[in-house]
Write a protein that binds this ligand. Structure first.
Ligand SMILES: [Zn+2]
Length: 68
């Protein structure tokens, strides 16, 4: 329950009170901290997936090069 302090109650941009668990401010549309954190997480997962694909492609290229 250490996250309780991180729960955002007001918009960082305009100060409007936020709906609990909201991803965006209803007034100005700014992302909440929670939403930004989720976006960062999604980017990290995507990057990891991208690196995995790159590794697979590099592996195939290597196998192809070795076979020649
Ligand atoms: Zn706002």
């Amino acid at each position: 329950m250490q996250n309780v302090q991180n729960v955002q109650v007001a918009c960082d941009n305009c100060g409007t009170e936020l709906i609990p668990g909201a991803a965006y401010c209803v007034k100005c549309g700014a992302r909440t901290r929670r939403a930004r954190r989720l976006v960062r997480l999604a980017i990290r997962v995507e990057l990891l997936f991208f690196l995995l694909v790159v590794a697979i492609v590099a592996g195939f290229v290597w196998v192809y090069a070795v076979q020649k």
